[in-house]
Design a protein around this ligand. Structure first.
Ligand SMILES: [Zn+2]
Length: 148
């Protein structure tokens, strides 16, 4: 499975790819040499032609302008449609989410959420808790759009 590193200008794209379950690194503060160091066997997504030249085949130059279209372009180019696994990764750091029992996180969720939801996942790195709440439908719409 292809793994990505999105450059500083592609933050939204990184989020979209994570939302679909694709391993995508993204740092807000990083220079080109660091990107090249960290990239390892990842494909670097960028709109920087110079950086792309330095990375050669390990780079993908993103043509589209809007984040949603950029994500669609990448999904098409790398043929990702069938391997998407939505809601499996943390949107903040790309870590794979783990199921967590409600009893263990009662003190970390709002009362309303406590009342109405039973299905929770937690990020092992930043400990953010995810549940299929109000933003879930909006995200499902984005996912449908991305994979359409
Ligand atoms: Zn996280």
């Amino acid at each position: 499975m292809v793994r990505f590193l999105a450059d500083v200008h592609l933050g939204r794209v990184a989020k979209y790819l994570r939302l679909l379950g694709f391993d995508t690194l993204y740092f807000t503060n990083i220079d080109d040499s660091e990107i090249i160091d960290i990239a390892d066997n990842r494909v670097v997504l960028t709109k920087d032609k110079e950086l792309c030249k330095r990375l050669d085949s390990r780079c993908y130059f993103v043509e589209s302008k809007k984040p949603l279209n950029q994500a669609k372009e990448i999904i098409k180019r790398f043929n990702l449609k069938d391997s998407a696994n939505p809601f499996s990764r943390c949107l903040k750091d790309s870590a794979i989410l783990k199921r967590v029992e409600k009893e263990k996180i009662l003190d970390k969720i709002p009362p309303k959420v406590k009342k109405f939801y039973n299905d929770f996942k937690i990020c092992p790195i930043c400990h953010k808790i995810y549940w299929p709440g109000s933003h879930y439908e909006r995200m499902k719409k984005i996912i449908r759009d991305l994979l359409d």
